[in-house]
Design a binder for this molecule. Structure first.
Ligand code: FE
Length: 362
């Protein structure tokens, strides 16, 4: 009997030692520090962190669906594109960012040149995303398409008077054009496309003539230009179509009324097509969850996500098999899009800024 008691006592002791040992190395289920997601090991934490220059309300329904499909928790930090890039730069290896989501190929190109992004390979992305709207080296991927078109006052301009971006430089538009300042990347990318298609000399002459045709100094955002057209300060302007979509679907009656007083014209339909740009994403160089980051970008490129993603902001999906909203359809769809690689927009950005300065496009 005493032998049995002694054996149990000894066993208890060794069990206690084993327990203490397991707790110390952190491998005993239930004793290791569990985080709020219920994981026991940080490496297995299923999360992905997005630094997003897109408004979070546009992303929420999509991200919810992604979380539900994959069990990967999505955290989103919103900000302006430049600020987010600076933040990733400043945080360096310690950054929490896994995905940089931003607008304009010019911005994505800058992020790649500043070494903020990671080169990835995804067969899925290479199939889902047309080649002309992703980085040639796999650093960033286009997720929606926007078109920068001519918007005009239908009371003072007939669509027959309109044709191409080049035609906006014609004398007949003297004192009739409003534009946004050249500091904005949308116009920089448009000029970059003209540099790629026409060469530097012709692109510069174009910018110079547009400045001559202005009815006032460049100021405000795209909606300021559209408002100026409606108020008769000018007859035509350059703007991204989704801003009109925002007006058409606005809760404000004034904006819905404004929307009725301006028309969309897709330029260059008889040659290369209207200028397009993208919103897109890349995996951050020092991402701690690169696999989850790739999964998220793949999801955003999928058929299911594309319909929601593009329509949330009245943009165009990256493939034409995806339905567009009635608002987007009302401007004419499909239209002929410029097939120029978005890579060229980034590459010629520097030159475009130089030309704008030279011709005094403020
Ligand atoms: Fe915009």
């Amino acid at each position: 009997m005493s032998i049995i008691i002694k054996s149990i006592y000894r066993h208890k002791l060794s069990l206690s030692f084993l327990l203490v040992f397991l707790i110390l190395i952190g491998n005993f289920p239930g004793y290791a520090m569990a985080d709020s997601h219920g994981s026991f090991n940080h490496d297995e934490l299923k999360e992905v962190n997005i630094y997003s220059a897109r408004k979070s309300y546009l992303m929420k329904p999509l991200l919810k669906a992604f979380e539900k499909n994959t069990g990967i928790k999505v955290n989103i930090i919103s900000g302006k594109s430049k600020e987010l890039q600076k933040r990733i730069e400043r945080e360096g290896v310690n950054t929490r960012a896994d995905v940089l989501l931003t607008v304009d190929a010019g911005n994505l190109y800058i992020a790649k040149s500043k070494d903020l992004l990671k080169k990835i390979y995804s067969k899925k992305l290479n199939i889902l995303i047309p080649e002309n709207i992703r980085d040639i080296d796999g650093y960033w991927y286009g997720l929606s398409i926007r078109s920068r078109v001519i918007m005009y006052n239908p009371n003072t301009v007939s669509s027959n008077d309109l044709s191409t971006y080049e035609d906006m430089a014609d004398k007949k538009w003297r004192g009739r054009i409003c534009v946004r300042s050249s500091g904005n990347i949308y116009n920089q990318s448009l000029l970059a496309s003209l540099i790629s298609h026409l060469g530097e000399k012709k692109a510069e002459a174009w910018a110079e003539d547009i400045v001559k045709n202005l009815s006032r100094k460049p100021k405000g955002n795209d909606r300021t230009q559209m408002t100026s057209v409606i108020l008769g300060e000018c007859d035509i302007t350059l703007a991204n179509t989704y801003y009109l979509g925002k007006w058409m679907s606005s809760k404000k009656e004034t904006e819905r009324n404004y929307a009725k007083q301006i028309s969309v014209y897709f330029p260059n339909q008889n040659n290369r097509g209207a200028h397009i740009n993208i919103s897109g994403a890349g995996v951050v160089k020092y991402s701690k969850n690169p696999d989850n980051a790739i999964k998220l970008i793949e999801y955003l490129a999928s058929d299911e996500a594309q319909e929601l993603y593009a329509n949330a902001n009245h943009e165009y999906p990256i493939r034409e098999n995806i339905k567009v909203s009635d608002i987007v359809k009302s401007w004419g769809y499909p239209f002929k899009k410029d097939k120029l690689s978005a890579n060229n927009l980034g590459e010629s950005n520097h030159k475009a800024v130089e030309i704008f300065d030279k011709v005094n496009w403020q």
